[in-house]
Design a protein around this ligand. Structure first.
Ligand SMILES: Cc1cc2nc3c(=O)[nH]c(=O)nc-3n(C[C@H](O)[C@H](O)[C@H](O)COP(=O)(O)OP(=O)(O)OC[C@H]3O[C@@H](n4cnc5c(N)ncnc54)[C@H](O)[C@@H]3O)c2cc1C
Length: 408
């Protein structure tokens, strides 16, 4: 039995904790804000199994200049933060090549192959049941070029993972989602998407499991240090020794990585949403507004409308006009959507190559890293948990595509 310390109690750190407790280890999770609502609490709840395309691609590059002209569009940059974001942006641009696209798709395919089964496995350990359901997903497209590009991606996902898809006319899409009263050109239906009933409920269930069967320290980790007798985790109230330490602190992992003498490019793609809990109706399945970069997802207890990307430093103040803009855009398609709801902003921890870091420290296999899951952190949380447990116990091969060595 190993004594393991985990820094960060988001969905990544909490799922790793559950997996390791299930394996019989003594686990302590450090979470500075146990009641907080990080990305893991407020995301769109999709288990997005076919999403193996990296964000950086030649196609995205051609669209970026147009998007950047619209401060409330699918992608914005907080220009005051440009100097801090420049190294990440340059690397992002360098990865927008067909060659990297093939590499990233192959790597993400490896994770997606077991992602769902791993969700059921980690859920069983935590005593979760009925928390996942297969809903399918419909994306709406305003032009032939947009649907053609989505069909191309869907074909690549089918070749890699075998998932079916079908192009729908607007009338066919309305038979699936009658609320789509506005005009659009075509739709894509992918039945393989699953949803978590509510991401906050799943996060809190894993966190509660760690409290009940392990230990939680509600403090900020200030430093992780290497010693002959183990790895020490320091907070303001003292330091404690562990056999193994996992750094899974979302975007804030970068601070600890640097203290450990390593480099990483990790920034936030921030997203905004609005959650309605009192609409009196809900969508029958999640709907994506592909040309506007946001989605509407039916949680078990409400409708969530949001997404888009705002590149900014984690501490920059939110701009909730972006949440309002998405509600307004959704009314073009679903005129019955009212005002109201609760607005939220979350920080996707993102690498410039759209691949997470699931890795041992290159020179110290007592330390593991698990962060940078970008748009797919809920989807990939359980497979990450299984892999990290395997890595620190020496039963899983190191996967180069996810190694922190790629940043050194
Ligand atoms: C709008 C939006 C929609 C999304 N939709 C989806 C979706 O549908 N499907 C999907 O798969 N993914 C989705 N995501 C992405 C997903 O939410 C993230 O990838 C995921 O939540 C990241 O989890 P994490 O645990 O790495 O980070 P976080 O959720 O950020 O958690 C990190 C935790 O570490 C703690 N912490 C940080 N530093 C320290 C420290 N020094 N000491 C102690 N604690 C510390 C923080 O308090 C925090 O609780 C979405 C994200 C956004 C913003």
């Amino acid at each position: 039995m190993l004594k393991v310390g985990i820094v960060g109690g988001g969905i990544i750190g909490s799922s790793i904790a559950t997996w390791l407790i299930g394996d019989g280890h003594e686990v302590t999770v450090y979470e500075r804000e146990p009641e907080g609502l990080p990305a893991s609490a407020g995301n769109a709840s999709l288990i997005a199994l076919p999403e193996i395309a990296p964000i950086a691609s030649p196609g995205v590059l051609t669209a970026v200049p147009k998007w950047l002209l619209d401060p409330l569009g699918p992608l914005t940059l907080r220009w005051g933060d440009l100097p801090a974001l420049t190294p990440w942006l340059l690397s992002f641009l360098a990865h927008a090549t067909p060659g990297h696209g093939r590499h990233a798709r192959a790597a993400l395919t490896q994770l997606m192959t077991t992602a769902l089964a791993d969700h059921f496995a980690v859920g069983r350990i935590a005593g979760l049941e009925g928390h996942l359901r297969q809903t399918g997903y419909v994306s709406l497209h305003d032009s032939e070029a947009s649907i053609a590009s989505a069909l191309h991606e869907a074909a690549l996902a089918k070749a890699a993972l075998g998932y079916d898809y079908v192009r729908l006319s607007p009338a066919e899409a309305r038979t699936l989602v009658p609320e789509l009263e506005g005009a659009f050109h075509a739709a894509l239906h992918q039945p393989i998407y699953w949803m978590a009933a509510n991401p906050l409920a799943i996060l809190r269930a894993h966190q509660a499991f760690a409290v009940e069967r392990g230990r939680r320290i509600a403090s900020e980790v200030q430093q992780v240090t290497q010693h002959g007798d183990g790895i020490h985790i320091a907070t303001a109230s003292g330091s404690e020794r562990y056999d193994r330490v996992v750094v899974a602190a979302g975007v804030w992992s970068r601070v600890l990585v640097r203290q450990l003498g390593l480099k990483v490019l990790l920034e936030t793609e921030r997203g905004y949403n609005t959650t309605y809990t009192d609409l009196g109706w809900n969508l029958p399945l999640p709907v994506g507004f592909a040309d506007h970069g946001f989605i509407a997802t039916p949680l078990v207890d409400g409708l969530r409308v949001g997404g888009a990307v705002e590149l900014a430093r984690p501490e920059t103040s939110p701009n909730f006009a972006r949440a309002r803009a998405m509600r307004e855009k959704m009314r073009r398609y679903v005129p019955s959507l009212p005002e109201g709801g609760t607005e939220w902003m979350g920080r996707r921890p993102s690498t410039p190559d759209s691949l997470p870091v699931i890795s041992l420290h290159p020179r110290d296999n007592r330390i593991a890293f698990a962060f940078g899951h970008g748009h797919l952190g809920l989807t990939l949380s359980a497979v990450t948990a299984r892999m990290v447990a395997g890595l620190i116990l020496g039963r899983e091969e190191r996967a180069e595509a996810f190694s922190i060595s790629r940043f050194q």
